[in-house]
Design a protein around this ligand. Structure first.
Ligand SMILES: [Mg+2]
Ligand SMILES: [Zn+2]
Length: 442
């Protein structure tokens, strides 16, 4: 096909195979090359430009790879402010992508006036496409919620988000958040007494809770709630209990791509953000690299399939990461760390001494008395995260400026039919608006 097209239209040979077809009379017909059949949107929650640099550099130093898979498909950047804040949260950030509208802090799937706004996933559902959502936090967390639910406040509305997610007709939900779907007497935290797992099963869903059950899934519709709340960081993950992010993306694509009407998948690397909030650079890096492997799965599928748009974008930056003190930073320090700050804090809470726990998990045998004292004085939360983060940062020569989000523009990546639209620096709502246009042009 590509060869015969090139032969009759020299000068347009850069068009990919599949961009043109030969009509019955032998003439060349351009067949809407810029409208994809399938759409995969990947969201690296809380991953700013410095985080991608850090992950790439550490991966190279570890001998994993010298380039991120994302690096090939960078097309621009996205401005991240919400309707009422210069610094967005994940709710308003994801609503911009899911609905194409600016909304307020903590709002999901509604506009700034509080009115429900249709999401691209709901549009895909209306078009008969197979639809799926992946998150490594609770599936009711802000980013997946913005694609599947409509509530004015993500925290007050969390119980409602779960109800909307099992009743929206979506084909696949993979993530954490089991307790949000179960009442107290079934091990959950729902105050309305509803057992949404039973309700979902009654309406036809296969609902699974652990990796062996998830491994056995072969059909849609399916809901996998693989943790009580969030999945484990990649750096702490037990392979017998939890699949990798690329494994989850691969399985979702395998299940969704049987639909003749195409599919829409949103896949979030959610824990990148949690590690940023904790200022935990080694955990942040490992989750970014797992995310990047998931992107590779999507790109490999799209390259073979020829009719799939892949978008990757962050909703905002988290932590205000900066790389370097006095013209140096040391990626090898991050490469040697083998557990998250949460794991270290848990080991300390079990009675381990600071020097022994840090040496075992971070590999540093040179703690100063001041550093030890700071960890001993910290109990939990930000004080502990700050103390542990400074121990890593003092050796890696990196710094964080916040336990929250920041307002910098974030990277935008795109590949496949329609990807040309995304070039440039755009408001975050532009992404959602383009996705709607592409769906409606099918
Ligand atoms: Mg998120
Ligand atoms: Zn966050």
């Amino acid at each position: 096909m590509a060869a015969s097209f090139a032969a009759c239209s020299p000068g347009t040979a850069e068009l990919a195979a599949g961009d043109a077809s030969i009509a019955a009379n032998g003439s060349v017909r351009l067949s809407a090359p810029s409208v994809p059949r399938n759409v995969i949107v990947l969201i690296s929650d809380g991953c700013g430009p410095a985080s991608f640099t850090m992950a790439r550099t550490v991966a190279s130093r570890m001998g994993i790879r010298d380039e991120l898979y994302l690096d090939d498909v960078l097309v621009g950047s996205v401005r991240t402010s919400s309707a009422n804040r210069e610094v967005t949260d994940s709710a308003a950030g994801a609503t911009a992508f899911a609905c194409g509208v600016k909304t307020n802090h903590q709002a999901v799937g509604v506009d700034a006036a509080g009115n429900p706004a249709k999401t691209v996933l709901e549009r895909a559902e209306e078009l008969g496409m197979a639809t799926g959502v992946i998150a490594t936090k609770s599936i009711t967390d802000a980013t997946p919620a913005a694609f599947t639910a409509h509530v004015a406040n993500r925290y007050e509305g969390e119980a409602q988000i779960a109800i909307q997610q099992i009743s929206g007709g979506f084909d696949l939900l993979f993530g954490g958040g089991r307790t949000s779907f179960l009442p107290a007497d079934a091990g959950g935290n729902r105050k309305d007494g509803r057992n949404l797992v039973d309700e979902a099963r009654a309406s036809g869903y296969n609902v699974v809770f652990d990796k062996p059950e998830w491994d056995a899934v072969t059909e849609l519709p399916v809901i996998a709630l693989l943790a009580e709340k969030h999945l484990a960081y990649e750096i702490d993950r037990d392979p017998s209990r939890q699949p990798t992010f690329p494994d989850i993306v691969r399985k979702a694509i395998d299940l969704l791509d049987d639909d003749p009407d195409g599919f829409f998948l949103m896949a979030e690397g959610s824990l990148i953000d949690i590690a940023g909030h904790a200022n935990d650079a080694p955990a942040h890096v490992r989750d970014i690299l797992a995310y990047d492997e998931g992107v590779r799965v999507a790109l490999d599928y799209a390259r073979a399939n020829g009719n799939t748009l892949v978008i990757s974008v962050s909703d905002h930056e988290t932590g205000g990461l900066t790389l370097g003190r006095n013209y140096r930073w040391n990626p090898e320090v991050l490469a040697q760390v083998s557990a998250s700050q949460d794991s270290v804090a848990a080991a300390l809470a079990r009675g381990g001494t600071v020097r022994s726990v840090i040496e075992k998990n971070f590999g540093f045998a040179d703690l100063t008395d001041d550093e030890v004292g700071e960890v001993e004085a910290a109990s939990t939360g930000n004080a502990m995260n700050g103390a542990l983060s400074r121990i890593v940062g003092n050796r890696a020569l990196i710094d964080w400026t916040s336990f929250g989000h920041t307002g910098v523009d974030v990277n935008l990546y795109a590949f496949g039919p329609g990807s040309e639209r995304f070039r440039g620096d755009h408001d975050n709502t532009f992404v959602g608006i383009q996705l709607f246009e592409l769906l409606d042009a099918r």
